[in-house]
Every structure is written in C-alpha cells, then in structure tokens.
Design a protein around this ligand. Structure first.
Ligand SMILES: [Zn+2]
Length: 286
C-alpha cells in the first residue's frame, strides 16, 4: 500500500512536469529587450541590453508552478521506467576529422561575453583551407556529437544560417560529465550547429544517435568563410526552437524571441564546447 501511494504520487509528479513543459516550449514570452534599441542591418553582432530584473520571470512563467523542492531521490527512478536510454557516445562534429584534429582546425575559439550580451563568441568555429588530404572544409559532413532529440532544424535563418539544435538530456550523459559541466537533473545539454549548406537532414523532434549526419559544412547566414559554428548550452529539458532569427528587417517577433531566449536570456547558459569534445569521455572511442 505504501509503495502504491508512492507510485501514484510519482505519476502525478511526472504528469505535472509534462503539462508544464509545453507551455514553456510554446511560450518563451521573452519580455524582450528595449524595442527602441536600434540594431544595424549589417553583419556585426552588437551587445544586447541585458534583460531587466522584472523581465526575467516572464520568460518562464511556468517556473513557479513546478513542484518544488524536487525530491532528489526520485530522479533516478523516474528515468528508468519506460524507454531505454540511447548508448552514450561522443563524436567529432566533422565526420572526417577526429576529436584530436579539432584543436588544430579551431579558427575562432570560445570567447564568452558577459552575461546577457550577444557579442562576441558564444561558441567555437572550425575551419581550414587545407588539412591533410582535404583542400577545403566545404561540404564535409556535420554530425551530432552526442545522442539526443532534435530541438531545432531551420533553413535560412540569420545569423545562424541553416542550423540544427540537438538536446541531450541529463539522463543520457555520464554522471561525471554532468557533474563537471554542472548539468542538473531536469536539465539538458543543447548543441547548436550553424552555417551548414542548404540541405538539412533531420527534423524537429527526431531522435538521433551520436555520429548522425545532420548536414554539411557551408557558409549560410552570417559567415564569411566556410566553417562550422558550434555552441553548447545547458538549460531546462524539453525546449524546442521552431524558429530563430535576429538582425534582419524581415525577422518576426517570434524569431527574435527564440533567438534572445537562446542567446541572452540566461535560461540557456553557454560554455566552452571543447569541454565536451574531449577524448577522456570516450577513451575507447574511434
Ligand atoms: Zn562562430
């Protein structure tokens, strides 16, 4: 009897989570930045005004309705009931270049801005004109670095061009990686791949393994040369970004909201992708 009461409580808890997530997904409701602030229509990424203190709660109106505090002892059992977790694996984002090669082809390292700012580099760029047998990076296969769920697949956005975001939930990651990257239960690691060539190979909501090809290296969006721009962030589980865009006259309010939610809201905190792209997580990997 005592066990069944726990199960009922757990079911209610899970149900309440699944109810609250979609409203977060579909209503980022960024109480956006000062609409009077003018952004030039060129390629420079400017510093964005940090959202005000009063604006922050409106970004995640469901937060206060979440059950809290969350009993930490329940977290492991809630993930092991139904669908099996995908095997953990880690891959280079470029299918012909190994994890060890990445440092040699880093053309623009992680150069994080102050919190709430858009400028300068939230991610890392990989590019080369010639490397080994390869005379260009254009067209080289872009693949997922971790298993997960496609949280965004957008063609022709700006500044990211053809882009994909993959969510890797906490439960998919080794405990030591979550600990070092400060990823907590009910959070996920999100990876963004930008500036790909025209063809996108995955759709929103699709499950992917590590090393799944999602596109090829291009220079779509705000990119002067062929390169892969990669961002890694930590945020609440279950987020999706169906549209995203900024800096162009034609960008809609919804595109801007999702862009700011990703980039400057603080809800998705960025960190150096090279902390993930480390051979020590897959000592026996290829
Ligand atoms: Zn970049």
């Amino acid at each position: 009897m005592r066990i069944s009461i726990h199960l009922i409580w757990l079911s209610l808890f899970i149900a309440s989570c699944s109810i609250s997530l979609p409203s977060f997904i579909h209503n980022p409701a960024v109480n956006a930045l000062d609409s009077t602030q003018v952004f030039p229509q060129n390629n420079s990424l400017l510093q964005l005004k940090r959202p005000t203190e009063t604006a922050v709660p409106s970004i995640t109106p469901t937060r206060t309705t979440s059950p809290s505090p969350i009993p930490t002892t329940l977290t492991p059992t809630s993930t092991s009931t139904s669908t099996p977790l995908p095997p953990f694996n880690l891959c280079s984002p470029l299918d012909v270049h190994s994890l060890e090669d990445l440092e040699k082809i880093t053309s623009d390292p992680y150069n994080p801005p102050a919190p709430g700012k858009d400028f300068r580099h939230h991610g890392i760029d990989f590019s080369h004109y010639t490397f080994g047998d390869f005379k260009t990076i254009q067209g080289i296969g872009v693949q997922t670095i971790l298993p997960g769920i496609v949280a965004s697949s957008i063609g022709g956005s700006f500044p990211f061009g053809n882009m994909v975001i993959v969510e890797t939930p906490y439960e998919y990651l080794p405990a030591q990686m979550s600990k070092e990257l400060q990823i907590n239960p009910l959070e996920s690691l999100y990876t963004l791949y930008a500036h790909m060539e025209e063809t996108l190979m995955v759709t929103l909501g699709e499950q992917v393994l590590a090393c799944s090809q999602i596109g090829t290296v291009g220079r779509s969006g705000n990119a002067g040369i062929f390169h892969l721009h990669l961002e890694t962030r930590v945020g609440k589980q279950g987020a999706q970004f169906p549209v995203m865009g900024y800096y162009l006259d034609e960008n809609t309010a919804e595109e801007k909201e999702f862009y700011l939610l990703w980039r400057t809201s603080g809800e998705f905190r960025h960190f150096d992708p090279m902390l993930v792209l480390d051979r020590r997580w897959v000592p026996n990997g290829k």
